[in-house]
Design a protein around this ligand. Structure first.
Ligand code: SF4
Length: 273
């Protein structure tokens, strides 16, 4: 497929025609080395996120999925993606411990933009999980990594196995965490056997605010209450922050944990659950 996006040199040779060593083909048969990432990534460093999304939509078409937490600013990437791929599959993981407001926000955006949301739920009954894990306080998790592995990573890994996309669009930004500082715009994910495309890497809070305002997009209903990064409802996992705090300071505060795990290169052992 020839891809034409202003300002971006197209990958003119179809992926399938590129010489790809058989050993680098993934289990789905997708060529690992099909794209010239050494050319693309420097271009994307000076591109606007909309151009990267447009490129991804043209390059992968219906073989692209995106993930969304339906969190504070999630409407932004959803808006960008659906402008180019209105029916893009959106994977949303329901851990069983989300805020009711997050469910309501997902339904609001689903209705408003006619979204194609694929909900992947934890295999665990939320109450039974707490009992099995020895967690005695529903409003607090002692072992956050085990809980994220069982209730967040397992459903997401299952989604990626079942949907088997060629590319995954995600909304991470470099300023959000040390684990995200060196992420390239497009990289091959061996964990998920697809390309990971991250158009928003270099955007600042000001950029985000400007786009949200320009397009009249809604924030998560808890955003106004100081929740700038919104995950699950236990206080161990999501808390409101004060003015001037790091936007993600309320996530697993004081635990030394900065990622639920789905954006990490390696699994949080959910495969063993
Ligand atoms: S964010 Fe908290 S409640 Fe949600 S899966 Fe992770 S540890 Fe469990």
């Amino acid at each position: 497929m020839s891809v034409s996006v202003p300002g971006i040199v197209p990958q003119t040779t179809p992926i399938e025609d590129r010489p790809t060593p058989a050993a680098d083909a993934d289990p789905h048969g997708h060529p690992v080395a099909g794209l010239d990432l050494d050319t693309l990534n420097p271009l994307f460093e000076t591109s606007q996120p909309q151009q990267v999304v447009q490129w991804a939509a043209a390059q992968f078409g219906g073989d692209l999925v995106m993930s969304s937490s339906f969190g504070a600013e999630s409407a932004l990437l959803i808006h960008m993606a659906t402008r180019f791929l209105p029916d893009v599959r959106i994977v949303w993981v329901d851990t069983g411990y989300l805020f009711p407001e997050t469910h309501a926000f997902m339904e609001d955006l689903r209705h408003r933009f006619n979204l194609n949301v694929w909900v992947y739920r934890t295999r665990n009954d939320p109450i039974a999980y707490l009992q099995q894990a020895g967690e005695t306080d529903p409003s607090w998790r002692n072992d956050v990594d085990a809980c994220c592995a069982a209730n967040k990573n397992e459903p997401f890994e299952r989604a990626m196995r079942q949907l088997a996309p060629r590319a995954w669009l995600r909304g991470i930004r470099r300023r959000q965490a040390k684990t995200r500082e060196n992420v390239p715009f497009v990289e091959w994910s061996r964990r998920y056997n697809c390309y990971a495309v991250s158009p928003l890497l270099n955007w600042t809070p000001k950029d985000i605010f400007g786009y949200m305002k320009e397009h009249g997009l809604p924030y998560h209903p808890l955003y106004e209450q100081g929740y700038e990064s919104i995950g699950c409802n236990p206080a161990s996992c999501t808390q409101p922050i004060q003015a001037g705090d790091d936007p993600r300071a309320g996530r697993w505060a004081g635990r030394g944990k900065v990622e639920c795990g789905i954006n990490l290169t390696n699994s949080l052992d959910s495969a063993n659950l």
